[in-house]
Design a protein around this ligand. Structure first.
Ligand code: IDP
Ligand code: MG
Length: 150
């Protein structure tokens, strides 16, 4: 199934100059970038994005972190894009994340884990709608597309 997933480069990765590295991994894997923007996230957006965590002990700290600097929002498309994105990122706790994943290779903490990716197709739809208008998502084909589907 061709899916879309919402991926966000968090302020720690941005501040550590890892944007290129993260985008490179998604791109080289074979996903297709269909939307992208840069912003310092407002409280309103941060609360919408992380609504499922409201009330948890780490919630306020997470919001402060996510609003603390520039972030990059992206929509990546491809077969099983949601599961592929979660694999590229690795486990939530960066110290436990497998080497070879973004969090496993570059992260040291649970909160500051560099990158977000949707956990289901439904979540992806909700998250994409929070950050993007339909007119900001692009429909095009890549010349290597036939190598990346079965
Ligand atoms: P995920 O990003 O791997 O899907 P979630 O459990 O959905 O992980 O948590 C959302 C984000 O909240 C995490 O990526 C991380 O930045 C932060 N977070 C999750 N659990 C904790 C915690 O126990 N302490 C501090 N921050 C946390
Ligand atoms: Mg999550």
């Amino acid at each position: 199934m061709v899916e879309r997933t919402f991926v966000m480069i968090k302020p720690d990765a941005f501040g550590r100059r890892l944007c290129g590295e993260i985008i490179r991994r998604y791109e080289a894997k074979g996903l297709k970038l269909v939307g992208m923007k840069l912003q310092i996230v407002s409280r309103d957006l941060a609360e919408k994005h992380y609504a499922e965590h409201a009330g948890k002990g780490f919630y306020e700290s997470l919001l402060e972190f996510i609003m603390s600097g520039p972030t990059v929002q992206m929509v990546w498309e491809g077969q099983n894009a949601v599961a592929v994105g979660r694999k590229l990122n690795g486990a939530t706790n960066s110290q436990e994340a497998d080497l070879g994943t973004i969090r496993g290779d570059f992260g040291m903490t649970v909160q500051n884990n560099l990158v977000h990716a949707s956990d289901s197709v439904e979540t992806a739809k909700r998250e994409i709608e929070i950050y993007f208008d339909e007119s900001e998502l692009w429909d095009y084909s890549m010349p290597d597309g036939h190598w990346l589907v079965n």
